[in-house]
Design a protein around this ligand. Structure first.
Ligand code: AMP
Ligand code: ZN
Length: 484
């Protein structure tokens, strides 16, 4: 089995990935706050962790990996958007989730197994907050519940900073309800016009109507879905501090029996002229902007995977053009060698679909996507359909082709004409009669059938004892005649 090595932000080392339970590998990734279209930077973690998910599925089996990515649907930015537009919050979050799915689907990202919405887990958050208060890690003050950072000695381990430096660097908000400037919000009061739920009960009394802080949502949802220990936690590097540091503090204190996440992975930022692409800086464009400009999802995906996830990257016009040319070439090679959905299905059914081991090894080395792409260029130079199978498999694993029926269109060739089922049945019957004739060494009959097929413009690809077919440019089904 291929060994996966991943760079763990917490220990700052590349570690060998050993699943807690190889039959139930659990990956949690922080998802979007849903009030607006995803910008291109938001797509980076989606694509990086989608690839990790695909790699884990390839190595451990698709039924043995569970991937969760949340939707933050309670947040002050959402409230502000609702106030600005006069629209109900639920309408805004539902619409944004729909857009998010549409946009990420086009980028070839598989839907995670779990997509928890924060507002469906308020009860679990309240329960976790109450646990933290009872164990002395949190306190109530003025309708708030605060996490007491000084109660957790390991605070700062993920980001590698001392608490004093954080206070100096982060310009932390000093508020009358905080005992210590670093303490952070688990629960805060809501005004009547803000969304709110019954708050945690502290010393027999509810702290009042309010809403959760941001960090508690991931601790509570990952616990509910995956338990007190799971394998990998991911997100953008901008979340390392404070979001992930605070997630660790909450989870470690509420469930000291567990490890929370064993490995922490962070993608670097997509930048624009050296600055993080973000909504607050206004230097962003959305995934939809690019799609609307005619940039295909596969091209966006290949550009993104062209840079290693732990390096900052820019989106440039040159990279787009290069990715577009590469994909046109790759799709063209497979199309010209007769790859079709039917053929791929046949190869998978007969066990002849095979993955290139070297490619897998490169990718398993901390998701070395530039190395994997270099290997794909080598594989794509193969000259026969059989030798191109490992290349086709890498293309699929990279998420660069979902639907092999689309290959002809992706290759820029005229889409293959739709084949009527009775025509397919007729050709398939001829192919199996040809196989029988060959097996019986009846060469005259085998040749006769070959001539019928060739007169009708049928292109046959024989691979590993199996024949598949596609209509050639001069395909004429009437020439199959009553011969079938
Ligand atoms: P947000 O909706 O801002 O909470 O972000 C959702 C996800 O996108 C998080 O994992 C962020 O780390 C990630 N993210 C935001 N901006 C960028 C960027 N410019 N480059 C890469 N990832 C980003
Ligand atoms: Zn999170």
């Amino acid at each position: 089995m291929t060994t996966i090595r991943l760079h763990d932000t917490k220990t700052r080392r590349k570690v060998e990935f050993t699943p807690i339970d190889p039959e139930n590998i659990r990956l949690y990734v922080c998802g979007p706050t849903v009030y607006d279209r995803a910008h291109l930077g938001n797509a980076r973690p989606v694509l990086v962790f989608d690839l990790l998910y695909r790699l884990l599925r390839e190595i451990f089996g698709p039924d043995h990996v569970a991937y969760a990515r949340n939707f933050t649907d309670v947040d002050d930015k959402i409230n502000a958007r609702a106030a600005q537009t006069g629209r109900p919050i639920r309408e805004i979050t539902n619409e944004t989730i729909l857009w998010y799915h549409q946009d990420m689907d086009v980028l070839g990202a598989l839907r995670p197994d779990h997509e928890p919405r924060a507002t469906d887990y308020i009860g679990q958050m309240v329960a976790m907050i109450e646990r933290l208060v009872l164990s002395g890690h949190a306190y109530a003050a003025e309708g708030h519940v605060m996490f007491s950072v000084s109660s957790h000695a390991e605070y700062g381990a993920l980001s590698g900073r001392a608490v004093e430096d954080m206070i100096a660097g982060a310009r932390v908000e000093v508020a009358p309800y905080k005992r210590d400037p670093m303490d952070f919000v688990l629960w805060k009061p809501s005004r009547d016009d803000e969304p709110g739920w019954d708050g945690p009960v502290v010393e027999g009394q509810s702290v009042g109507r309010g809403r959760p802080g941001w960090h508690i949502e991931c601790s509570a949802m990952s616990y509910q879905l995956f338990g007190e220990s799971f394998d990998i936690h991911g997100g953008g590097i901008d979340l390392q501090f404070p979001h992930h540091e605070n997630e660790i503090a909450q989870s470690a204190c509420a469930h000291p029996e567990g490890d929370f996440a064993r490995i922490w992975m962070h993608n670097e930022m997509l930048q624009v002229e050296g600055k993080k692409m973000s909504k607050s800086l206004g230097n962003f464009f959305t995934v939809r902007d690019l799609l609307d400009r005619g940039v295909p999802g596969e091209v966006i995906r290949l550009v993104m995977l062209g840079t290693h996830y732990r390096k900052p990257m820019d989106w440039t016009e040159d990279k787009r053009a290069e990715a577009e040319a590469t994909l046109a070439k790759w799709y063209g090679i497979l199309h010209a060698h007769g790859f079709t959905a039917r053929m791929v299905k046949g190869l998978k059914a007969s066990g002849e679909w095979c993955m290139d081991k070297e490619f897998l090894g490169v990718l398993a080395n901390d998701l070395n996507t530039p190395g994997a792409i270099a290997r794909m260029h080598v594989l794509a130079a193969a000259k026969t359909p059989a030798k191109l199978v490992p290349f086709a498999a890498t293309l699929e694993l990279m998420g660069l082709i979902e639907d092999w029926d689309a290959l002809a269109t992706l290759a820029g060739a005229d889409a293959a004409p739709a084949i009527a089922p009775e025509v397919d049945a007729a050709v398939t019957a001829l192919l199996s009669r040809r196989a029988q004739a060959r097996a019986a060494k009846d060469w005259a009959e085998a040749d006769r059938i070959r001539d019928i097929l060739s007169a009708a413009g049928v292109q046959v690809t024989d691979m590993g004892g199996q024949a598949s077919w596609q209509p050639g440019p001069d395909f004429d089904e009437t020439k199959l005649g009553g011969s079938a």
